[in-house]
Each structure stands twice: as C-alpha cells, then as structure tokens.
Design a binder for this molecule. Structure first.
Ligand code: NAD
Length: 455
C-alpha cells in the first residue's frame, strides 16, 4: 500500500488520500528524530517549557480546524470534536509545566551526596487507534516531549488527518525539525518497524489487546519499554438504593458516546434484581432520546461508526434473533449508521457479554447483592473502567476498591481527566498515562553518588 484512502463515515465519500510511509522512510524518520532529540534534551527546562506552551497556543488557534477535520475523517459529532481539540491544547499546556518540575531526589548515604536524575529515554514511538485520534496521541507525545524525548507518532490507517495537522502546528510553533514527526502508514509496516528498530527505546501503544500482545512480545526481544492501553468491557453497576432516574438517564451516554467506540464504554449494565424492571422502563426512553445523526450538526450526540469494515464487525453481534430489548434511532442512506442497541442475553458467557464490541451495543444483566455485582463486574479479562451507582457512599467506596479496574467513578461516568492517571488492569493494559506522573514514564532514573570524604 503506497497511500491511504480516507472515507467520510457519515456519507461514504472519499475525503483525501495520504501517502503511506514504508520501512526505509520510517528508518530515515527515526534517524532524524535521534538527531533532534539530542539538542532538545540539551535545551534548558524553561526553553522546553516555552516551546510546548507555544505548541499549545498553536493548537488553541486551530481548535475549530482540527475539530472539522475529525468530523470528516472520523464522524465524531462536532461538539465532541471541539472538546477533543481543546483537550489536546490543555494536555500540552499541562505538561509544559513538567520540564521545570522533573525533580530527582537527594538520598542520605554515607561518605557523599546521592542524587537521582530523570533522563529522557531518547526516541519514543507512539502508536494510536482510530477511535480518538488526536486526544490519545497527545497523551503520549505531550509528556514524552516534556521529558526531553523525540516522538514518532504512527496514527491509525483510517484516521491520520488530525495527527498530521498537529505535526504541522508543532513546526509552526517552532519545535525543532524532526523532533515530533507523524508517520502515516500501515501498522504491520510502520508500527512494526518502530517496535523492531533498536533506536526507538519505548513504545506507547493504544489499541486492541491482540495487537498490544504482539507488540509486547516483540519489544521483549530488545527489552524495550512499553506502555499498553488496550480494550475494555466495563461494568456500570446500578444498586437499588441509587438515584435510579439519574442512573438510567445517563447510562446511554456511558456507553454510546463516540458510537460506543470508546475503550471506557460501560458496555455491561449490571442492575440489582429488585429494581431491574423499573430500570429498564426508565432506560428505554433515555436510549430513544439519544440524538443520532449528522456529525456536523451541533445538536448531534452520536455519529456513525468509523468504517464499513467496523460496521460489519459490530453488526455481527446483533443477528436477527438477538435478544434485543429495545433500540434507538439512526439515519438511513449512505454512512455507517448503527442505532443504539440494548441486549438482554440470558447466558452470562454469551459473546455479547464477554467481547469488546466497540459499537453502540450494551448488555443488561441482573445481580442479586453486592458480592454478586462485584463477581460479575470482575468476570472479564479486561479491567479498564467502570461506574457504581448508589446513595450509600461506603458501598460506593467498597465496590470501587473491589473492582479490578484502573478507573472507577461513583454516581458518574467520568473516566478521563488529564490531571489524573488513566490505564487498565489485566488485559486492558500496562502502565498509566496522564496525571502528574506521566512524564516519568518517559524517563530513565539515573542515580549518581558523589564522594565528599577527603582522601
Ligand atoms: P488496533 O490494535 O487494530 O490498531 C492500533 C494501532 O496499532 C494502529 O495504528 C495500527 O496501525 C497499529 N498496528 C497494527 N498492527 C501493528 C503491528 N503489528 N505493529 C505495530 N503497530 C500495529 O486497534 P484499533 O482497532 O485501531 O483500535 C481499537 C482498539 O483500541 C479497541 O480495542 C479499544 O478498546 C482500544 N483502545 C484502548 C484505549 C485505552 O486507552 N485503553 C483507548 C482507545 C482505544
């Protein structure tokens, strides 16, 4: 493949073709990054911080442009896309504070002074999925650059446009040539080369568990560091003592946001048996009320799926005899439209209960008591996020502590704030992104002992 053909998911028109990198071009980019990284790391912390602030300013000036690109390339509703572009600016702004705060420690030892330094790793590969192209990219490149690294970003095949624009904005803001490069292309060509090239010393990967597993195995051959943000099948647990109206009104947005193409989607709703019927009565109008339609329309809450191929995968989980409780609406005609769909499978091992569908499909299952809810929530190979709805705060804390997941919310579906750590348990990943410690994940800790005894 020498070029990527990009399709607007809302109307199936071709919006652009983008040249795809091959392995030699990837090697050349790695060599440029290696060169650029050396001078970047030598800059004073204040100068690196200032450069990142200028990059944040450039993104701020391009929020609308980036948002419109994401609407056309990924089918995201414009309101969401504007939030995403603003989030990239905020992430850059937040990590612009890091170069001057990468504190080492002074450790008491006999006979001298002992200090630690957080040195940059060198060249870092950031490999991203198609579901949130620019936000997820920024979670890798912003803290990595702040810590003194060069970054090579490999965007997903279907959605490279906002990443390519971000690389231009970085140059316009004065970041050195070669320091932050975007390499569109195939995963098995460009992504694979980043993983196997010895001069790329860390891979920050977000994507499927299958690809993440393969990357980790390959990286092991060089003892290369990896951060993996992988799939999820998160539980939304609704106890009988919760504000049931609010739990039902918000449940669709906890799973159908971005048409369910969200690693944090609460795609298993677990409801205490005594309120199950009532919850379903409340959920039906909430699902019907989700506004699915033209992503360019400011009132739209849910757009299409990203591609024909992905549509076929999602549709395979809802055959004609599927246990559909009710569905929302979706436009007819061209575009990869799939209505919000609520399933009530009777078998807890059904593939709709076990697999990450990554579309607007949710299963609802009853549970008996707190212990049963925790058991069901943890009956998954994934552990990324989850929600607990209860008016009993002690229970909210107990259940949150018992769930094997990296990001829990009580009486809310929030998962991602750039100020707090994000990542998964079990097969949802390794390592954490965001929050105050993210730059440390892009450093090596060096210990230096200086003798002070007179000889
Ligand atoms: P994917 O694994 O198919 O692709 C992700 C990226 O990896 C793409 O850029 C792809 O080109 C690249 N790639 C593919 N094969 C490769 C290889 N052999 N070597 C190196 N790179 C390779 O995932 P996807 O379908 O784009 O994204 C959906 C998945 O991402 C879902 O499972 C979702 O849960 C997950 N995801 C996780 C998070 C998180 O933070 N945990 C966030 C968003 C998405």
């Amino acid at each position: 493949m020498t070029e990527l053909t990009l399709i607007n998911p809302a109307d199936e028109t071709v919006i652009a073709t983008v040249p795809a990198f091959d392995a030699p071009q990837t090697d050349a980019a790695i060599a440029r990054a290696k060169q650029a990284q050396r001078s970047w790391a030598r800059l004073s912390p204040a100068d690196r911080a200032a450069a990142l602030r200028r990059f944040a300013d450039a993104v701020d000036g391009a929020v609308e442009e980036l948002a419109q690109l994401e609407v056309r390339n990924s089918g995201h509703p414009i309101a969401s896309a504007r939030w995403e572009a603003g989030h990239v600016r905020d992430v850059l702004e937040y990590y612009a504070g890091a170069p001057e705060r990468l504190f080492g420690r002074q450790i008491p030892v006999a006979g001298g002074l002992d200090v630690t330094f957080h040195e940059p790793i060198g060249v870092v590969g950031v490999i991203t999925p198609w579901n949130f192209p620019m936000t997820i990219a920024s979670w890798g490149f912003a803290p990595a650059l702040a810590a003194g690294n060069a970054v090579l970003l490999k965007p997903a095949e279907w959605t490279p446009l906002t990443s390519l624009r971000l690389a231009e904005l970085a140059l316009e803001a004065g970041l050195p040539e070669g320091l932050f490069q975007v390499l569109p292309g195939e995963g098995r060509v460009v992504g694979d080369r980043l993983v196997e090239h010895p001069d790329v010393r860390k891979i920050a990967f977000t994507g499927s568990t299958a690809t993440g597993t393969a990357i980790m195995a390959k990286a092991a051959a060089q003892v290369k560091q990896v951060t993996l943000e992988l799939g999820g099948k998160s539980a939304n647990i609704v106890f009988a003592d919760s504000d049931l109206e609010k739990a039902a009104a918000t449940a669709p947005y906890g799973v159908f946001d971005n048409a369910g193409q969200d690693c944090c989607a609460r795609s298993r709703i677990l409801v205490e048996r005594s309120v199950y019927e009532r919850f379903m009565e409340l959920l039906e109008p909430a699902v019907a009320g989700v506004r699915v339609g033209d992503p360019a329309d400011a009132g739209t809450e849910m757009g299409p799926l990203v591609s024909r191929q992905h549509f076929e995968k999602v549709a395979s989980y809802v055959p004609d005899d599927a246990p559909v409780a009710f569905r929302g609406t979706a436009p007819d005609g061209p575009g990869f439209w799939f209505p919000p769909t609520v399933l009530t499978p009777s078998d807890p091992n059904d593939r709709t209960v076990v697999d990450e569908i990554f579309g607007p499909v949710v299963v609802v299952l009853p549970f008996d008591d707190e212990a049963d809810a925790i058991r069901l929530a943890n009956a998954s190979r994934y552990g990324l996020s989850g929600s607990v709805w209860t008016r009993d705060l002690a229970r909210g804390i107990r259940v949150s502590r018992a769930i094997e997941s990296g990001n829990l919310s009580v009486n809310s579906h929030s998962s991602v704030r750039y100020t707090t750590p994000f990542g998964g348990y079990k097969q949802s990943g390794i390592g954490r992104e965001l929050g105050p410690d993210a730059p440390l994940a892009f450093t090596e800790t060096k210990n230096v002992f200086i003798a002070v005894e007179e000889n």
